[in-house]
Design a protein around this ligand. Structure first.
Ligand code: HEC
Ligand code: HEC
Length: 234
């Protein structure tokens, strides 16, 4: 009996060590640090992508997000809170899981998306729900129409190769849609990505935007904010 008991104890300790090892194995890397690979899949993101999102439960789970992103998920015009409607589910999942993993820095939002506020299943549910939303308030635009200059910069600097000619992004590659997003948010993100502060910067994008002056970013943001939601194009 005693030997069986000690065998069980040894087995349990062994299991515990294996679990601890598995949890330790994943170390998130951020932009600018050694070993950073853009779009490296976190174990959690792999899990979310395997599941099927349930939009009905997603709507329920989104209640905890409404204080900032608002009930219609259109955020606020000043751009403090981004519009989540019109964004690809794959991009939403990438952002939420990377914020949870500490790759994308977002201390304000973290408590609301961390366990237990939402579960791994609910990440996919919310993304699925948001991608079904079609109506939203008008987004924030720049103070003056700079879209001619902005469009030129967007094309000559090859931003469109990732974000699409209509700012529609690329769901498969997790490149965000940037059309019809709030002006203020677009400017902030370009700065955060360029300086690496956002944590999940795409190195090729950093190169593409490296020579931009602040006035160039203002013009591109204004241009993108005036584009229609890509889903209204077809
Ligand atoms: C306390 C306010 C707050 C709450 C609550 C909140 N968020 Fe956010 N969220 C933000 C802010 C601020 C940003 C933009 C951060 C930045 O500038 O990088 C953001 C960004 C995001 C983004 C990235 C959008 C993009 O275009 O890259 C997603 C996705 C998101 N939030 C989803 C959610 C979900 C889902 C919930 C609820 C479970 C939630 N948020 C709750 C404040 C909040
Ligand atoms: C190699 C592909 C690529 C190129 C080229 C590129 N981007 Fe990006 N961009 C991305 C990715 C990827 C993200 C999101 C980062 C992440 O989470 O992985 C992003 C994010 C953004 C965002 C923030 C969107 C959001 O919802 O948070 C803006 C604005 C933006 N890019 C503008 C530009 C502009 C302007 C250019 C050209 C000067 C450009 N990008 C070139 C891939 C690219």
């Amino acid at each position: 009996m005693k030997t069986i008991l000690s065998a069980v104890i040894v087995l349990l300790f062994g299991l515990q060590a294996t679990v601890a090892q598995a949890a330790d194995a994943y170390v998130p890397k951020v932009y600018g640090k050694k070993g950073y690979v853009w779009d490296e899949m976190t174990p959690e993101r792999v899990q979310v992508l395997k599941q099927k999102g349930d939009p009905v439960n997603g709507k329920e789970a989104f209640r905890g997000c409404q204080g900032c992103h608002k009930a219609d998920a259109a955020g606020v015009r000043e751009g403090v809170y981004p519009r989540l409607t019109g964004q690809h589910a794959s991009v939403l999942i990438k952002q939420i899981t990377e914020i949870r993993a500490g790759i994308r820095k977002n201390p304000k939002m973290l408590p609301f998306v961390q366990d237990p506020a939402i579960s791994v299943q609910e990440i996919g549910d919310i993304a699925e729900y948001l991608s079904t939303l079609t109506s939203y308030r008008e987004n924030g635009k720049g103070p003056e129409d700079l879209s001619a200059k902005g469009e030129k910069l967007f094309m000559t600097n090859k931003c469109y190769t990732c974000h699409g000619k209509h700012g529609e992004g690329n769901a498969e590659k997790s490149y965000p849609a940037v059309a019809a997003q709030h002006y203020g948010y677009l400017i902030r993100e370009m700065n955060l990505i360029r300086t690496g502060v956002r944590g999940n910067s795409n190195p090729d994008m950093v190169k593409a935007i490296a020579k931009f002056k602040q006035s160039d970013m203002d013009a591109v943001a204004d241009y993108l904010s005036r584009l229609p939601d890509y889903r209204t194009l077809h």
